[in-house]
Design a protein around this ligand. Structure first.
Ligand SMILES: Cc1ncc(C[n+]2csc(CCOP(=O)(O)OP(=O)(O)O)c2C)c(N)n1
Length: 662
């Protein structure tokens, strides 16, 4: 079928009108991209994208990811025209309380929004992750008779996205791993927010992307035929190269007072909207969409649904011939976790002396067997993070089914790519690095939490116990800072059995990300706590590790490698001492009031906490009457045990603190 230029030009004009009206009404938001890229939207949503507005999460849809999330009205306008559940009424409420049209696109708020974007560059990383997951899905599920996955991933990025380092990390990864299903569209409109782009960039972006291993093309963005041709060339190239299309556009096109200038960027154009609408031939009626445009998109949707029905036939044939694969895919989509996952992990010998990272590596193997959709990457630190799935190979161009991802030294890119994998919805994404470098990845972790993606972060070397590498590598404030991210569970297990519980808790949690903070150094098995309790206690976040044997008069709280000191101190502090293991504050805080009261009865206010990190967060449990043994400074370069001793992270300091309580 030929592309209908007349209908799509009309739609582009009306999409411009929707953006102008919404931005004018809310007196906020960005006009530049929605106006400048209207023809791109028309070609993508009116012709090219293979999707199903009635089933926004259809597993074999093409993706469109708006990395330049500030241009959200672009997305909302095209979703409305395409027949997604985004009404004109929703658009009228652009940027208003509890609307489906928030300032920046949010995954859970709006049907058809694929990723939460806004922090520039993030969408590029997400798109790379989706493209990788799509390649993996092809490898895991397609057969020679049935191709149920053959997706293309389109991503629209601006100067800001490509200036941010995260897009460089992710793009280099995409080039290296040959993600030729990725089509990155660079909206080169020569402006950024403050000024003309040339005031801050002079690189040759096209050459940069060629150097990453992309095929590149350069066209005029408002020429629909040129854009269509470029996309068709990009789609047909199965040559192991991701595709980069530079589109030259005029930001704010349609409002001459601001067109092509930095003023086009935000809502400055709103005051010229009335005249601009007239010039575009739009009637006075606000949020106008013509009958012709509605009819065009209704017809186009019929065609999309017919394509979808054809795919469904392939899908049914595939299911019939491949019942095991079909079951595995159903489970993956439902994020099912075997009920007996914990039992699948063998008990650790009671005399083991292992770092929790090493225990984690052992725990991961049976889990990976039981969860074939789990993937496990590392930012060039498998040797230290120990999370390599031994039964599977590396993900490579030649082996896209490999479940181990070598991300290179790209923590931020890794975490944005993991987000993309989770958005794709089939593989359980996990990735590893040193915990202290979570700072390099924090924006992506925060977005995973905001979008409630079930990522698993296996972050090791979790305290000053790192030792000789010194303060640059020793987390001090990092664990607590991560605990402050809403919806992120941070689990810091104390010994190998708690580590088993922590991994299972992470896999079982599907409504948000979980970060496992594991030690570099060996820890003893805490055999005085029943092994079952150690494993299962983690699920509740905090539990009574040692029950007092006389009336309760002191509670010691701890987690991770310091729980051993709490237990040792309790021996000296008398029969009325209780020890609470608190591997995950977020889980504990979600428990019912009765359980929390059972573990930490209010009547006992003599409390001490110990953790080799900043102390502040523990005051929520020890209160004004309690004491916290922690660190008030950065660490030191020396053997880990000596650093711990130097800072008083030991049982004796717990004993002294407890005795000093009134
Ligand atoms: C990480 C990040 N830093 C800063 C911003 C604020 N911001 C939003 S848009 C923008 C300028 C983007 O310029 P460009 O990508 O060229 O977008 P365009 O001007 O084409 O709309 C800035 C700095 C942001 N959203 N994210």
């Amino acid at each position: 079928m030929q592309m209908n230029f007349e209908a799509l030009s009309r739609a582009a004009t009306e999409a411009r009108g929707l953006a102008m009206d919404a931005v004018q009404a809310s007196q906020s938001g960005h006009l530049g991209l929605p106006l400048g890229c209207a023809e791109i939207g028309a070609v993508l949503y009116g012709y090219l994208l293979r999707h199903n507005p009635d089933q926004p999460r259809w597993i074999n849809r093409d993706y469109f990811i708006l990395s330049a999330g500030h241009g959200s009205m672009f997305l909302y306008a095209w979703l409305n025209l395409s027949g997604y559940d985004v009404s004109v009424e929703d658009i009228k409420r652009f940027r208003q309380l509890h609307s489906k049209t928030p300032g920046h696109p949010e995954y859970f708020e709006t049907p058809g929004v694929e990723c939460t974007t806004g922090p520039l560059g993030q969408g590029v990383g997400n798109a790379v992750g989706v493209a990788m997951a799509a390649k993996m899905a092809e490898a895991h599920f397609n057969t020679s008779d049935h191709r149920i996955f053959d997706q293309h991933i389109f991503c629209l990025a601006g100067d800001g996205c490509l200036q941010e380092g995260i897009s460089a990390e992710a793009s280099a990864f995409a080039g290296h791993f040959g993600l030729d299903n990725l089509i990155l569209i660079y909206d080169s409109n020569a402006i950024t927010l403050d000024a003309m782009a040339k005031q801050t960039q002079s690189e040759d972006t096209r050459k940069r992307y060629e150097a990453y291993g992309f095929n590149t093309q350069e066209i005029q963005g408002d020429d629909m035929q040129e854009f269509l041709d470029a996309c068709n060339i990009a789609k047909e190239r199965d040559n192991g190269k991701p595709q980069f299309i530079i589109i030259h556009t005029l930001a704010g096109k349609g409002i001459p007072e601001i067109e092509g200038t930095a003023k086009a960027h935000g809502e400055a154009g709103a005051k010229y909207v009335d005249a601009a609408r007239k010039r575009l031939g739009l009637p006075d009626e606000r949020y106008f969409v013509s009958k012709e445009t509605r009819e065009y998109f209704a017809e186009h949707k019929d065609k999309l649904l017919a394509d979808f029905a054809r795919w469904e036939k392939t899908w049914e044939g595939w299911r019939e011939k491949n019942p095991e694969k079909a079951r595995a895919l159903d489970d993956a989509i439902d994020k099912k976790v075997p009920q007996d996952l914990l039992e699948k992990i063998p008990a650790f010998p009671s005399d083991a002396k292992l770092a929790t990272r090493k225990a984690g590596g052992e725990v991961l193997q049976p889990i990976a067997k039981a969860m074939p959709n789990l993937i496990s990457g590392s930012a060039d630190l498998y040797g230290s993070t120990m999370n390599y799935i031994k039964d599977s190979g590396d993900f490579t161009r030649d082996n896209p089914g490999g479940r181990n991802i070598r991300f290179g030294i790209r923590e931020h890119g890794m975490c944005a790519i993991l987000n993309g994998v989770s958005y794709h919805g089939i593989f359980r994404a996990s990735g590893a690095t040193f915990l202290v470098f979570s700072d390099y990845a924090r924006p992506s972790i925060r977005l995973a939490a905001l979008a409630r993606l079930p990522n698993i972060y296996i972050f090791t070397h979790d305290s000053i116990g790192v030792g000789e590498d010194g303060p640059t590598h020793q987390p001090v404030e990092t664990v607590s800072a991560l605990r402050l991210i809403r919806h992120l569970d941070v689990i810091r297990p104390a010994d190998p059995e708690e580590t088993a519980g922590a991994f299972v808790a992470a896999c079982e949690r599907i409504d948000g990300p979980t970060l496992l903070a594991l030690t570099r150094q060996n820890v003893p098995m805490l055999n005085e706590i029943d092994a079952k309790l150690r494993r299962e206690g983690v699920r509740r976040g905090g539990y009574i590790a040692k029950q007092e044997s006389a009336p309760l008069d002191l509670i010691i709280l701890s987690c991770g490698s310091e729980l051993q000191h709490a237990l040792a101190a309790a021996k000296e502090l008398g029969a009325g001492t209780r020890v609470v293991s608190m591997p995950c504050m977020e889980r504990f805080n979600r428990e019912a009031e009765e359980y929390r009261e059972e573990v930490l009865p209010k009547k006992c206010r003599r409390r001490v906490a110990i953790e080799a990190g900043v102390p502040e967060i523990w005051y929520q449990y020890v209160g004004l009457d309690g004491k916290v043994i922690g660190l008030h400074r950065f660490g030191l370069s020396a053997p880990g045990a000596e650093v711990m001793k130097e800072f008083g992270i030991d049982a004796q300091h717990v004993v002294d603190a407890a005795r000093s309580l009134s």
